[in-house]
Structure formats: C-alpha cells, structure tokens
Design a protein around this ligand. Structure first.
Ligand code: HEM
Length: 128
C-alpha cells in the first residue's frame, strides 16, 4: 500500500526579510543609474539646444536652471552619471578578472560608493 505524503509547498517569499548582498545592490543601482543617464540625455540636449538657439534662448535656459528644484535634479543626474562611470569601470575590471572573490568584490563596491560620494559633493559644487 502506498502512503501519500503531503509535499511541503513552496513558501511565499517575504521580500522584506530578504537582504541583498552589497555587491548585488551595487549592480542593481548601476543598471538604474544607466537608465537615469539615458533618460536625462534627452532633457540635457533639450536644454543645450535652447541655450544655443539665441541670446533669448540662453536666458530662458539659464532661468530654468536657476530654480532649486531643477538644480537638485541636475545634481541627481550628475551623481547617477558619476556612479555609473565609477561602477562601470569596476565592472570592466571584473570582466578582466579583478575583484571576483566575495571579499574583494565587497571591498571594491565600498570603494566605488566612497568615490561616488566624493564626486557627488563635487557635482553639488558645480551645480550650486
Ligand atoms: C550616456 C552614457 C551612458 C548610458 C546612457 C549608459 C546606460 C547603460 C545602461 C542602461 C546599462 C544597463 C544595461 C543592462 O543592464 O542591460 C549600462 C550598462 C553598463 N554600462 Fe553604461 N551607460 C553610459 C555610459 C557608460 C560609461 C561611460 C561606462 C564606463 C565606465 C559604462 C559602463 C557600463 C557597463 C560596464 C555596463 C554593464 C554592466 C553589467 O554588466 O551589468 N556606461 N549602461
């Protein structure tokens, strides 16, 4: 006689209890920063086009950039770009065989965050 054993069903994952490793966070944010950079190109080209169109166009573009909110967005765009470049270089180095172990991977992610933080402060100085 065969006894039917109830198979344990997969438990619904509680996303709030899942902690991503630092390397995974660095990777996901890198993709997000790439998308932000891509979307912001159109905004920046639109502003550049306006500023080069005529002296009045330049004044309008300068007016737009003069508000705190727009400066904050520009600072965010520059920070995303710096993050994308710094972690992009880390990615390319990993493609060449560096920082592939867990320890060096976490260390290089931390160093990338620190370099981005410094560049972000620099970006703030440029914008304000
Ligand atoms: C206008 C400038 C850029 C834009 C719009 C951009 C956009 C993106 C996007 C959307 C991705 C994600 C692709 C995916 O996950 O399928 C990506 C990946 C990548 N980007 Fe950029 N990127 C730019 C500049 C750069 C620069 C300057 C570097 C140099 C360091 C770089 C290095 C990389 C690398 C290495 C990846 C692949 C990362 C991986 O394998 O997960 N990107 N980029």
């Amino acid at each position: 006689m065969t006894v039917k054993v109830k198979k344990p069903r997969p438990v619904n994952l509680d996303l709030q209890t899942i902690r991503f490793p630092l390397t995974a966070i660095a990777s996901i944010v890198h993709r997000v920063s790439g998308v932000i950079t891509f979307v912001s190109i159109s905004i920046l080209l639109w502003l550049l086009n306006m500023s080069l169109s005529s002296p009045e166009g330049f004044a309008s573009a300068a007016d737009i950039v003069d508000s705190f909110f727009v400066k904050f967005v520009l600072w965010g765009i520059l920070t995303a770009l710096f993050y994308h470049i710094v972690v992009g270089i880390r990615h390319l180095m990993m493609d060449m065989g560096y920082f592939e172990e867990m320890e060096t991977g976490i260390a290089s992610a931390k160093v990338s965050f620190a370099i981005t933080a410094v560049l972000s402060v620099f970006a703030g100085g440029l914008v304000w």
